[in-house]
Design a protein around this ligand. Structure first.
Ligand code: ADP
Ligand code: ZN
Ligand code: MG
Length: 497
């Protein structure tokens, strides 16, 4: 079947895509989920292992308390209800990287259910995506296929990852477009980073997503048959894979065939998905309760104790900051890009004479220069302390905006912080009243037309004089003093006439 032919807008408009996402997230614990082995990415193969995570006979699992705490934090951050008693189950399947022959997971009584995340829809309005469940489970090891002399005939197994604690977060089929899926994942990742439950590093596999997608005729009573796209390692590729898959399924339906339920693999190089296995064959996991682990009980007292570590979440933080610093939603996005930066920003802004000015310096002066230099906020040569210093100098009138811009340019050109450049170049500011007045007189004498306008009541023309005197002073006139003196002089002329 060819997917090269673009579907016409009329055909596309007949169909409604439906998407649900399953996200696996590795938890940032010191040790693994059910044994004392180190939970760390990498390491020489098969060095972070013990009888329990190797699945040796007789070895028994003991649940990591910290994994439960992180799972509860994540669950509450996405508004799930915590089940007081949840049950571990065995999910049975054979695969070489899972030595026990089963995965310890949760099945019909998961740790948490009924959550949601709000995402902006195409029009920018908030759309609520339901979260079916969040449950605890363990990761498998890795099969290594490349990089060995004999990799054609052999597969190597590294079990360092085996037993790493995971949460799986399953969304309701509430997502309607690839863009919404992208937004959902972006918000979810941000929440998980803010709560500190995972580093969400997709290259290292700390966050992995399987995307389920179907299409149906608009207005149909029942969802279409879904395919599950696996092995996609960035949010952009997930969006691309969903777009591809929606087109493919519509073509299948338009050609009079039926979509088969299956798992499909995304191929980055070719930007398309391939059938991996049909779901029916691979679906009987014969779940049963894990006999080696007691039910997990998270009582009210423990839950409250855990939730003390729940920080202000990104969405709430943005709303508060928009109100507190009178900034735009876009600026709030920039400032809350990471929790660490937002924390440092707020600590700095609160030290400054005018938090509002710190914000505007960052969003109007700093981010533009960073973009040009190809740096992000964390790599800025001008530190937050430097920005606060600059903002305070501007606020007190000791630094005109022109001088400020020049100093920032120098900071970026030399890769130096503001304090150093300022101390060296400390611009000579003119605060001598008589010198400024002389310049104002000069500009007034040269512009009788504007003077007449002011005298006739057009007060805004004062800005014209301020600008011209500033230019005459090569940007060195004290701006506050300057505008006071301009107004005084012009008012004197007005009342004299
Ligand atoms: P399975 O039994 O195949 O695991 P589930 O019902 O558990 O399927 O759902 C798995 C994921 O697929 C969930 O995220 C869910 O929202 C999504 N999903 C379920 N049905 C559909 C559908 N028809 N189209 C798109 N996504 C779906
Ligand atoms: Zn172990
Ligand atoms: Mg399922």
């Amino acid at each position: 079947m060819s997917t090269m032919t673009a579907l016409s807008p009329e055909v596309l408009a007949k169909y409604q895509p439906v998407i649900g996402l399953e996200v696996h997230v590795q938890l940032l614990t010191e040790s693994k989920a059910f044994c004392g082995c180190m939970n760390r990415y990498g390491g020489d193969p098969n060095t972070h292992v013990c009888p329990t995570c190797l699945g040796l006979p007789g070895a028994l699992p003991v649940l990591n308390r910290r994994a439960v705490e992180l799972a509860v934090l994540a669950a509450r951050a996405i508004h799930c209800d915590i089940r007081e008693t949840s049950i571990f189950s065995r999910k049975n399947y054979f695969y070489p990287d899972s030595p026990k022959g089963y995965q310890i997971s949760q099945f019909d009584q998961p740790l948490a259910e009924y959550g949601w995340i709000d995402v902006p829809d195409a029009a920018g309005a908030a759309k609520r995506i339901g979260i079916t469940r969040l449950h605890l489970e363990e990761d498998a090891g890795k099969s290594l296929h490349d990089g060995f002399a004999d990799s054609v005939s052999r597969t190597y197994i590294d079990l360092n990852r085996c037993g790493t604690p995971l949460v799986e977060i399953v969304s309701e089929p509430d997502i309607r477009t690839p863009d919404e899926a992208f937004e959902y994942l972006t918000r979810l990742k941000e929440i998980l980073l803010y709560t500190g439950v995972s580093d969400c590093n997709m290259e290292e596999g700390s966050l992995r997503c399987d995307a389920n997608v179907s299409v149906m005729l608009k207005g149909a009573a029942k969802f279409g048959t879904k395919a599950e796209v696996k092995n996609v390692n960035s949010f952009r590729y997930i969006r691309a894979a969903l777009e591809y898959e929606i087109g493919r399924q519509i073509e299948v339906l338009e050609s009079g065939s039926r979509v088969v339920q299956e798992s499909r693999l995304w191929n980055n190089a070719e930007s398309r998905t391939y059938s991996m296995r049909s779901k029916e064959q691979a679906h009987d996991y014969r779940y049963f309760p894990e006999p080696d682990l007691p039910p997990l009980v998270v009582g009210e007292v423990w839950q409250q104790e855990i939730l003390k570590a729940l920080p202000e979440l990104p969405e709430a933080r943005r709303e508060r900051m928009i109100a507190e610093y009178e900034i735009s939603p876009q600026d709030a996005m920039t400032l809350t890009a990471t929790r660490a930066f937002a924390d440092r920003f707020e600590a700095a802004a609160r030290r400054a004479r005018s938090p509002r000015r710190v914000v505007s310096l960052i969003t109007s002066e700093l981010t533009g220069r960073l973009k040009l230099a190809g740096l992000d906020l964390e790599q800025s040569p001008v530190s937050l302390a430097g920005i606060v210093m600059a903002a305070d100098l501007a606020e007190s009138g000791d630094l005109s905006s022109k001088m400020l811009k020049q100093l920032l340019d120098t900071c970026f050109a030399e890769g130096k912080d503001f304090a150093e450049v300022y101390e060296r170049e400390k611009p000579q500011q003119i605060s001598d009243t008589s010198v400024i007045e002389a310049m104002i007189d000069e500009v007034i004498a040269a512009n009788p037309k504007q003077v007449a306008q002011y005298v006739c009541g057009k007060k805004t023309v004062a800005a014209f004089f301020v600008g011209n005197v500033m230019r005459l002073s090569k940007g060195q006139a004290n701006p506050i003093l300057l505008s006071e003196l301009v107004t005084k002089k012009l008012d004197a002329l007005a009342s004299a006439s």
